[in-house]
Design a protein around this ligand. Structure first.
Ligand SMILES: C[S@@+](CC[C@H](N)C(=O)[O-])C[C@H]1O[C@@H](n2cnc3c(N)ncnc32)[C@H](O)[C@@H]1O
Length: 227
């Protein structure tokens, strides 16, 4: 099958199956049409191993190797919706940094909706695989980096939004500083061995950050250092 045909998919990986997933996400509370369109446009079956392709449009997380997971589509859609809705004074969200590339799926969904996505991953094999996949699929507005996300991506800061897709006990020093004045950091905060609160933290240059808890989630841990 050529790449075009693989992206379209057939049967359990077809566009019709993606539309059914989007309908389920809408019923679960995702109401931003642009986010639902991005879910339909992103071939999640190409972000998991072939053996799991037929399960790619179930609303659940799946293993991607190295003890890590591709997040549940509902959580990806929710975080994406929070990013888009975070814009203020009519200014669109243009650049987003993701910490925790994993399979590259969250970065790909975001890439349909913002100008530029930066994404960083601490596990070498995952970073390489995700970068190859995103290049093959033509996501030219995603830049990947094999790095410890604790450092953010200083050269490209500030960001309109930072999305963290691993569980943090607390937000690492310095990461929030890479969010522009009025921008947001979105991610799971709480004990790494239990569930966390998906949180939206709005940073201000001249006053303390404002924390908002969105809902309970369960993510793999945020870990320091590359491997
Ligand atoms: C739930 S998975 C991410 C799913 C991913 N967003 C996707 O769409 O497939 C969490 C990822 O965060 C990565 N991670 C954990 N701590 C990190 C850190 N300090 N810096 C960068 N990546 C980190 C893990 O290695 C893992 O790949």
């Amino acid at each position: 099958m050529n790449m075009e045909a693989r992206i379209r998919g057939i049967g359990m990986t077809s566009r019709r199956t993606r539309i059914r997933l989007a309908n389920r996400l809408q019923a679960a509370g995702i109401n931003d049409e642009a986010v639902l369109d991005a879910i339909i446009a992103t071939p999640r079956h190409l972000f998991v191993d072939e053996a799991l392709e037929s399960r790619a449009y179930e609303d659940c997380s799946l293993p991607i190797g190295e003890g890590q997971t591709i997040s549940q589509p509902y959580v990806v859609a929710l975080m994406t919706q929070l990013v888009l809705n975070s814009s203020q004074a009519g200014k669109p969200v243009r650049n987003v940094l993701e910490i925790g590339t994993g399979s590259g799926y969250q970065a790909a969904v975001l890439a349909h909706l913002v100008d530029q996505v930066y994404t960083t991953e601490r596990i070498s094999s995952l970073a390489t695989r995700a970068n190859d996949r995103l290049r093959r699929l033509g996501y030219s507005n995603v830049r990947t980096s094999y790095n410890d996300g604790v450092n953010g991506w200083t050269e490209k800061a500030p960001f309109d939004a930072i999305v963290v897709t691993a569980a943090m006990e607390e937000i690492p020093d310095g990461l929030l500083q890479q969010v522009r004045d009025g921008g947001v950091l979105i991610g799971p905060i709480g004990p790494q061995s239990k569930s966390q609160q998906l949180s939206l933290v709005r940073r201000f240059a001249d006053q303390p950050a404002r924390y908002e808890q969105i809902e309970g989630v369960r993510f793999v841990p945020f870990v320091s250092g590359r491997c």
